[in-house]
Design a protein around this ligand. Structure first.
Ligand code: C2O
Ligand code: CU
Ligand code: CU
Length: 467
């Protein structure tokens, strides 16, 4: 789990970040299997349609900076936590034990669960230290997602509480290599302890760490074959950082996002991933055998003029020396998605920020949670809302329990072929995103900004789906 050799680069990256500029990264001999991909959680149920796993939240140690250890919070001892592997339609049973000194819950981000399994305070008493809870639900959708606590999120998630779920469907595109990339960061003191200082600037943008991680490692290495087709499932688990990915000389073919595969794959040279979002991409590794590429985080201005001045290295991509693979091609189409009925928005929900009683607050319709008026809808109904961002910064909007489809951006309709099922979408600064959702599961469901410091400071509301 802990690789000291990575830590050297960690220290280099830390000082580089402190200096606020990008320089050449240090040379390092290749290390085998250095991608740090999370291990699969053992399935202890022999029934092929039931995935039954044990999961324990507990303290662990990790080396992010050379010569230091960081006391992390983990699921079953690792950061990222285990990968739950399943097929669509499987029942997932998670026997969870909380061995942390603080109460917690698990929220299954982007999984359509019954309300009482959603892991939020409205439906569940936080699981006390030493207590257990069994989560059980059917995995209705193929795709890639993650799970995390829904109490004290900024602290518990940064400390390492996040795990992955990969659900396979009947029409998975073929690839030579399939990998996971968990994008995140931690804000550490020189001695490796977490820096938990929070000033208004930190809260304003969401906490951005000074050590940037992929799969919990600094600059891990992804091994690919020349000409090989690599499928990468990407999630951003950071509190506040956006990642704007680029791999020089390559384009990403985006084949899926939060809610699974999309009908019309598209190519992009920059892949912007906000906290909570997922992307499923394919890329064909090009380059001389034996050479190395660097996956970069490119500048992106998400508000208040805080964008990176320089690209930042995130990970290494090593082109192997084996013979060139050329058998596979990139898919042109994906499965169709049912388009939800559109029409004009029935309501506008406005996101903004300001000072309330001298305290920096993130508001929805002028109010901070729990004072944001709850929305009531009938089970089975489809609703169209305009999500209006009045702030001078982007907010990643996340809805629990349901997928939604983006219908328009600033009144410009989204083409049919660009349809996607999302559970998290960037509301760009000073703009409006129109969404449609079918609310087909009764209960109290949260929606919020996935910049965790904004969730904490008010930007969260509830939707009550009447049975
Ligand atoms: Cu991943 Cu309520 O969030
Ligand atoms: Cu969620
Ligand atoms: Cu926000």
């Amino acid at each position: 789990m802990i690789r000291i050799s990575r830590a050297l680069l960690g220290a280099a990256l830390l000082s580089l970040l402190a200096a606020g500029c990008a320089t050449e990264q240090a040379e390092e001999p290749p290390v085998p299997d250095a991608w740090g991909e999370p291990a699969a959680a053992p399935d202890r149920n022999p029934d092929p349609r039931i995935v039954e796993v044990d999961l324990e939240a507990r303290e662990a140690e990790k080396t992010y900076l050379e010569g230091t250890t960081t006391a992390v919070w983990s699921y079953s001892g690792t950061v990222p936590g285990p990968l739950i592997e399943a097929n669509v339609g499987d029942t997932l049973i998670v026997h969870f034990k909380n061995s942390l000194p603080e109460a917690t819950t698990i929220h299954w981000h982007g999984v359509r669960v019954p309300n009482e399994m959603d892991g939020v305070m409205a439906v569940q008493q936080p699981i006390a230290p030493g207590a257990t809870f069994t989560y059980e639900f059917t995995l209705r959708d193929a795709g890639f997602t993650w799970f995390h606590p829904h109490v004290m999120e900024p602290e518990q998630i940064q400390k390492g509480l996040f795990g992955l779920i990969r659900v396979r469907g009947p029409n998975e595109p073929a690839a030579d290599v399939e990998k996971i990339a968990v994008l995140g960061d931690v804000f550490l003191n020189k001695d490796g302890t977490f820096n938990e200082e929070l000033d208004d600037d930190t809260i304003m943008m969401g906490r951005e760490g000074n050590v940037v991680l992929v799969n919990g490692e600094v600059m891990p290495a992804l091994d690919v074959r020349p000409g090989g087709l690599t499928r990468l499932r990407i999630v951003n688990v950071a509190n506040g950082r956006f990642f704007n990915l680029a791999l020089p000389g390559h384009t990403f073919r985006v084949i899926g996002t939060d809610g699974g595969l999309i009908p019309k794959p598209y190519d992009t040279e920059r892949l912007l991933v906000s906290p909570g979002e997922r992307y499923d991409v394919l890329l064909i590794a090009e380059g001389e055998p034996g050479t190395e590429l660097t996956l970069m985080n490119e500048p992106y201005e998400r508000g208040h003029h805080t964008g990176l001045a320089e690209p930042m290295p995130l990970a290494r991509v090593r082109i192997g020396t084996g013979s060139r693979l050329s058998g596979r091609t990139l898919p042109e189409t994906g499965p169709a998605i049912e388009r939800l009925p559109g029409g004009p928005a029935e309501a506008t929900i406005t996101f903004d920020e300001g000072y309330v009683d001298g305290k920096l607050t993130f508001t929805i319709d002028g109010k901070a949670f729990p004072d944001v008026p709850s929305i009531g809808v009938e089970n089975g109904s489809v609703h169209v809302y305009d999500l209006k961002n009045d702030a001078e910064m982007d907010h990643p909007f996340h809805l629990h329990g349901f997928f939604f489809q983006v219908l328009a951006r600033d009144d410009v309709p989204v083409a049919d072929e660009d349809l996607a099922n999302k559970d998290t979408v960037i509301l760009p600064q000073r703009s409006t995103v129109r969404i449609a959702t079918r609310f087909d599961e009764p209960g109290m469901w949260m929606y919020h900004c996935h910049i965790l410091e904004h969730t904490e400071r008010g930007m969260m509301g509830e939707i009550h789906v009447e049975p």
